[in-house]
Design a binder for this molecule. Structure first.
Ligand code: GDP
Ligand code: MN
Length: 386
């Protein structure tokens, strides 16, 4: 879960990271009477995605009038399908160069990838091969040592800022179970002082039980973290990946669900959501399915629903019974439903689905089930049903 910059900065500032003074306002709210500093200010969209600068979500404002306009405009600016959760107003930084420091968990190796470059800013992806990279063990000491080695490859004036920021970030990364922590830009002044211009912090949702500060963000501001709050409240994942998506997914297993999304996208299909329904945790209660169908039904371009459950332990007969129950309890759900159930109890499941009399398309082969989704819900003219 990507923290809003404001929350990432607040957490990191409490751990010693220098950040510009800033306040956060809600979407549509006017800037407060007491602003950080005397201006100029930077108005920054608080949205759970990167690339805000290029999308017009970061604006320099010389006076209060400009700030008011910028905050109002940024509040309604959707970025990569994400709605802003507010605007952070900061004292603007000037006269500094932009460096980059990144720590990223390499779960496969059980290590951290440490990255740094003097070519920070909005084009950092294009710096590509110029980003110096090292692997380090998952401890503040090992990450700190890697940062010191990396700093040696950078221009002399950046070495101390990168080392200092690196030490703070290494400790925060480990203490807070981060998956990613990036400072970009890391503003460095000619006299050697430095300050974090942007903080990108991806928290591990599985670590929420032992990260009370981050859990408090989800509990205290569910409107800022709707997906994480949803998961905490309902015990399963459903994340809208494309608000204009056409195919709703009721699936289980995070890895399988992600792979399915990738495969559908590769075929030109437009999945609406990621889902890990955790069929094993439903325990005879179909409310998760009703809730998932309701949220999927909210998609404005929806054409069909694909239910894809690959069961090892879950009894598919039981799942099929709950699915029938959930569909009967969802009269507003008028989308065609393609069901692919494979594994434990699939034969009995198929009988239950057929005997329900519901207009379901049952297909055991995943390839064919996905192919059915390519045409389901299209009328003869090729457009989606109204
Ligand atoms: P991102 O595009 O979502 O990563 O948003 P950033 O917070 O990194 O801002 C994007 C870019 O805006 C930065 O790379 C800077 O070039 C610029 N920027 C951000 N804050 C300031 C600031 O205080 N002063 C100046 N001059 N530029 C800033
Ligand atoms: Mn940035």
């Amino acid at each position: 879960m990507l923290l809003l910059e404001h929350d990432g900065k607040t957490l990191l500032a409490a751990r010693g990271l220098p950040t510009p003074a800033g306040v956060m306002i809600a979407p549509g709210e006017a800037p407060p009477a007491a602003l950080p500093g005397a201006g100029p200010w930077i108005a920054k969209s608080q949205v759970a995605t990167g690339g805000r600068g290029k999308a017009g979500g970061v604006r320099l404002c010389r006076d209060r009038a400009e700030l008011e306009t910028a905050c109002a405009e940024i509040s309604t600016l959707r970025i990569k399908g994400h709605d802003p959760r507010g605007v952070r107003i900061e004292a603007a930084v000037s006269g500094a160069s932009e460096a980059y420091l990144g720590l990223s968990l390499d779960a496969g190796r059980g290590q951290v990838i440490v990255m740094a470059t003097d070519a920070g800013g909005v084009d950092v992806e294009e710096a590509g091969e110029d980003i110096a990279t090292l692997h380090a063990d998952l401890s503040p000491q090992a990450i700190g040592a890697a940062v010191i080695r990396l700093a040696e490859s950078l221009p002399a004036n950046l070495r101390r800022p990168i080392r200092e920021a690196g030490a703070i970030c290494a400790r925060a990364f480990c203490e807070m179970d981060a998956l990613l922590l990036e400072i970009n830009p890391l503003f460095v002044f000619p006299d050697g002082r430095w300050i974090a211009g942007d903080v990108r912090f991806v928290a591990d949702e599985n670590a929420l039980p032992r990260q009370p500060e981050i859990a408090a963000l989800v509990d205290g501001k569910p409107e800022s973290y709707p997906d994480a709050a949803f998961k905490k409240a309902h015990g399963y994942d459903l994340v809208v990946v494309d608000p204009d998506g056409e195919i709703g997914l009721v699936t289980t297993g995070a890895g399988l669900s992600m792979k399915l999304i990738d495969e559908m996208t590769a075929r030109g299909l437009k999945p609406f959501n990621f889902c890990d329904i955790r069929s094993g945790g439903m325990r005879g209660d179909c409310s998760r399915l009703i809730e998932a169908l309701r949220r999927i039904g909210e998609g404005p371009r929806m054409r069909c629903v694909l239910v894809n459950i690959f069961a090892g332990i879950t009894d598919l007969g039981e799942f099929a019974t709950l699915l029938v129950e959930a569909l009967r309890a969802s009269p507003d759900m008028r989308l065609p439903v393609v069901v692919r159930l494979a594994g434990n109890g699939e034969d009995r499941a198929e009988v239950i689905l057929r005997e329900s009399g519901l207009p379901l398309t049952i297909e055991r082969d995943l390839e064919r089930a996905v192919a059915l989704c390519a045409t389901a819900g299209l009328d003869k003219t090729g457009g989606a049903h109204a």
